[in-house]
Design a protein around this ligand. Structure first.
Ligand code: BG6
Ligand code: MG
Length: 211
C-alpha cells in the first residue's frame, strides 16, 4: 500500500522531546512565563523561533528581534548541552526494529524533523544510514503544521504523497502529514492526536500490516 515511510525524530525515535521541554521550561522561567506539560504539548513539532514566539506571547513585555534571537540561541545552547552525551542507548524501544521493518518491506525511509540539530542527534544515535533521505530543516520556508517538510521528503524520495506513511508524536506534525495528503500514524495519546489515521503508544507497536 505504501512506498515510503517518513518518520519524525524528536519524541518518536528518541526522547529528545523531553530535552526540548526542559530547555524551554528554563527559558520560560527566566522570562517569568508559566510553562507546563500542557503548554509544551503545543510546542511539539514547532520550530525554534515559532516556539519562542509562543512562549513570549505569554510574557508581560515586548521583545526586540535581537532579544528574541539571543533567547533562541540561549535555549539552543541548553538543548545542545542536554544532547551532548546521547548514545545509541537513547533510541526509544522499537525504533530500530520499526526502521528496519520498512526497509525490509522494500519501502524508502525518510526523516522529517524541523530540528536543526537532527543530523547531530542521528549521528549520536548511530542510525544515520537507516534513512534514504533526511530533510535539512535549515532549507525549509515553513515549519509544521505546514505540509512543506513532508512534501519535500516525498518528492526527493520520488514517491506520491498518497503512497507515504508519516509517523509523528506531535499535533502539529500529524496536521502536517494530513495536509500533505499522507496517512498518519500517531505515537502517543489518541485523544490528543485525534487527526491521525492510526495511533499507537510507542514504536514497539509499529506494524506495517496494520495500516
Ligand atoms: C522539533 C521539536 O522536532 O524541533 C521541537 O519537536 C523543536 O520541540 C524543533 O523546537 C526545533 O528544534 P531545534 O533543534 O532546531 O531548536
Ligand atoms: Mg516530534
Amino acid at each position: 500500500k505504501y512506498d515510503a515511510v517518513i518518520f519524525d525524530l524528536d519524541g518518536v525515535i528518541t526522547d529528545t522531546a523531553r530535552y526540548h521541554y526542559l530547555a524551554w521550561m528554563r527559558l520560560a522561567s527566566t522570562q517569568g512565563v508559566h510553562f507546563d506539560e500542557e503548554f509544551n504539548e503545543q510546542l511539539k513539532g514547532i520550530d525554534r523561533m515559532g516556539s519562542l514566539e509562543r512562549i513570549l506571547m505569554a510574557a508581560t513585555r515586548q521583545y526586540s528581534l535581537a532579544e528574541k534571537l539571543a533567547l533562541a540561541e540561549e535555549k539552543n545552547a541548553q538543548y545542545v548541552a542536554l544532547i551532548a552525551n546521547m548514545t545509541p542507548d537513547d533510541l526509544l524501544p522499537g525504533a530500530v526494529r520499526a526502521l528496519d521493518s520498512c526497509r525490509a518491506a522494500g519501502m524508502k525511509v525518510g526523516l522529517a524533523s524541523v530540528s536543526k540539530n537532527a543530523f547531530t542527534v542521528l549521528d549520536k544515535l548511530g542510525i544515520a544510514d537507516k534513512f534514504d533521505y533526511v530533510v535539512d530543516a535549515a532549507k525549509l520556508a515553513r515549519g509544521k503544521p505546514d505540509p512543506e517538510i513532508f512534501l519535500n521528503a516525498a518528492s526527493v524520495l520520488d514517491v506520491a504523497p498518497s503512497r507515504c506513511l508519516g509517523v509523528e508524536d506531535a499535533v502539529a506534525g500529524v496536521a502536517s502529514i494530513k495536509a500533505a495528503g499522507m496517512t498518519a500514524v500517531g505515537i502517543g495519546d489518541p485523544a490528543v492526536l485525534a487527526q491521525a489515521d492510526f495511533v499507537i503508544p510507542a514504536l514497539t507497536r509499529f506494524d506495517l500490516n496494520d495500516y
